[in-house]
Ligand binder design. Sequence first.
Ligand SMILES: [Zn+2]
Length: 55
Amino acid sequence: MGTKNKCVICSEKIEFHYKSMYEWKIEGSLCGKCYSKKLSDHYPGEHVRVNKHLD
Ligand SMILES: [Zn+2]
């Protein structure tokens, strides 16, 4: 118990778990803050970015 309740990105205690998406290449749970940050990082604007290989 305990360690699994931490966000894999910021290590903050998670109140509500968000599952990372497969394409994010992250294992574990995210807190709401990091989850929404990841969302905007990976899917900026209104369209899903398809040119990931440019990163
Ligand atoms: Zn976090």
